[in-house]
Design a protein around this ligand. Structure first.
Ligand code: 5GP
Length: 114
């Protein structure tokens, strides 16, 4: 089962997080359990439970998340490469029902992913 939407509580300021960036549409914060030297989560402020729930209305928002990811990667010294991960639903390992992009970097990544 996907857990409670803890990310909404972070957006609302009810739970603290180490914020890397925010604007009116999105929030980026450092993962509490980092899987790489840099591990930032980029989330829309709009609640979208999973990637499968995106609609045409979300096109601009999703593009915005990618632009924010690219700029954050520059700021966090990931010019030599980084990985973006978006887990969709339980079989992919999604645990929080609020669409989020993982920005990972600072070490060599392996392929295929687990
Ligand atoms: P998922 O497994 O759903 O793709 O990713 C959820 C991510 O959220 C995990 O990497 C997990 O460590 C992170 N996470 C869960 N709860 C919190 C929290 O309260 N604060 C922060 N900063 N990250 C969290």
């Amino acid at each position: 089962m996907l857990a409670d939407n803890i990310f909404l509580k972070i957006i609302e300021g009810k739970i603290p997080a180490r914020i890397a960036y925010q604007d009116d549409r999105c929030l980026a914060f450092h993962d509490i359990n980092p899987q790489a030297p840099v591990h930032v989560l980029i989330i829309p402020k709009k609640v979208i439970a999973t990637h499968a729930d995106v609609t045409r209305e979300d096109k601009e928002l999703l593009g915005h998340l990618h632009v924010v990811a690219a700029r954050l990667a520059e700021q966090l010294d990931l010019a030599d490469g980084y990985r973006l991960v978006l887990n969709c639903k339980e079989k992919a390992g999604q645990t929080v029902p609020h669409l989020h992009m993982h920005l990972l970097g600072g070490r060599q990544m392996a392929w295929p992913p687990g």
